[in-house]
Design a protein around this ligand. Structure first.
Ligand code: CTP
Length: 406
């Protein structure tokens, strides 16, 4: 596969040399494009020697006769010839220019002309990475479908410690390779995934929650993104890294999750409700901390909104996938939930088994479908189970359309 490696002007530019080599070793044909700032850190000759190819640094490489005409469309030629654009290090300045569509050098002009997959590996000082301007630019770029590889934590060239390091070049090359190999059967889909538990406040310092780790929902979001979908992940409080190329909306309570889901529903084509939403909450928790007394304390709990049921009532022709965590009568309970909530598929799992379910890295589920079919997915990693859910979901949608048309 032919790819462009864009190198920005940061201290991590030297690591891009190792990355170009790691990409060549994985059989990519690599065309390096450097910004002028990158040339301050590393010379083009290094990349030319590693990739056996002339490095592009200028939008206007030549200023005489026909060559001007040729170079003025060079960015279009490079955009058409390459399937992926990888930018490492992507500096704060590059992220800002990409987000706002500026075209003031070869790399930013190429970005605008590029229709293939874009992978950005930011590296910068922690404060710059956390700045509201950079956060907004990253959100814009992820929302556009660009894949942003999260920077690593550690000590930075500026002497500070925090997030902002360019990840290990071999790790980046592996990520590029797995993204290049991914199937593209979910291009054009927008998948809305919910994940994790919810936290329902009892007072300002206490809450009700459950044992969900969010691992299944995060694996589902990652699987859809790798297959080309645009993914919005509405996540309850979990301690997991954000999957590549996914827009994450963080919420705490069932009501916040409901509001985020209903706001994102119109733009979605597939909804997967993997979150373990609390069924009850304290409707109006006190503003002050509840004080200890010798008397018994009772909490009055009200039902939370059933998000799956509400989406089911408003789903139109979107594909709706729910989950059922059960301890007995798995398939029967899943069928009952599918019918009562108007879901198209229910992913049913037994939560009282060792090694699968809530906190584990593996799962074993039964996919119960509106067409009446029930498909067993044997015990496997949550990522593999996520892949099987989408394999079946895409088939199910075709079957439902065929039934509708008949
Ligand atoms: N769910 C939801 N909103 C709630 C509760 C559950 O959207 N307030 C969704 C979950 O995300 C999951 C599905 O409903 O996709 C089933 O969750 P589960 O807890 O198994 O079912 P309940 O409907 O809560 O039924 P029960 O607790 O009686 O088993």
């Amino acid at each position: 596969m032919k790819i462009v490696l864009g190198v920005g002007g940061g201290i991590a530019a030297y690591k891009a040399a190792e990355l170009s080599r790691a990409l060549m070793e994985r059989d990519f044909e690599v065309q390096v494009v450097m910004t002028h700032a990158a040339e301050e850190f590393i010379r083009p000759l290094t990349f030319a020697a590693l990739t056996n190819r002339k490095v592009i640094t200028d939008l206007f490489a030549s200023r005489s006769g026909e060559e001007v005409l040729a170079s003025s469309v060079e960015h279009i030629r490079v955009a058409r010839e390459n399937q992926m654009l990888v930018v490492a290090p992507a500096t704060a300045d590059l992220l800002a220019r990409f987000a706002h569509g500026l075209a003031n050098d070869f790399l930013s002009t190429l970005y605008l002309a590029f229709t293939g997959k874009v992978i950005l590996a930011p590296a910068m000082n922690t404060e710059m990475w956390n700045h509201a301007a950079t956060r907004a630019n990253v959100e814009t770029l992820v929302g556009r479908g660009n894949i942003v590889l999260p920077p690593a934590e550690g000590s930075l060239a500026c002497g500070e410690v925090g997030a902002g390091r360019l990840p290990d070049p071999v790790w980046i090359a592996d990520a590029v390779q797995s993204l290049a190999a991914a199937r593209h059967d979910m291009d054009g889909e927008t998948v809305l995934v919910t994940a994790g538990p919810t936290q329902e406040p009892i007072d300002p310092v206490r809450y009700l929650t459950n044992r969900s780790s969010g691992k299944m929902g995060y694996a589902i979001a990652a699987a859809a993104a790798e297959r080309g979908a645009r993914v919005v992940l509405v996540s309850g409080p979990v301690n997991l890294p954000e999957p590549f190329g996914v827009q994450v909306v963080r919420v705490r309570s069932a009501v916040e999750m409901r509001n985020a889901v209903m706001a994102k529903l119109p733009e979605s084509t597939i909804i997967v409700k993997a979150a373990a939403v609390a069924d009850y909450h304290v409707a109006n928790p006190p503003k002050q901390k509840i004080k200890k007394t010798p008397a018994r304390l009772s909490l009055e709990l009200d039902p939370t909104p059933d998000i799956l049921a509400e989406v089911g009532r408003n789903k139109g022709d979107r594909l709706l996938i729910g989950f059922a965590a059960e301890t007995t009568a798995l398939v029967e309970e899943a069928r009952r939930k599918m019918a009562s909530k108007n879901a198209d598929m229910v992913v049913a799992n037994l939560v009282n088994q060792e090694g699968t379910g809530f906190e584990s890295d593996e799962n074993e589920v039964t996919l119960v479908m509106r067409t009446g079919e029930a498909v067993q997915v044997p015990r496997a990693s949550k990522k593999i189970v996520a892949g099987r859910i989408f394999d079946q979901a895409l088939k199910l949608r075709l079957a439902l359309h065929a039934l509708h048309d008949a």
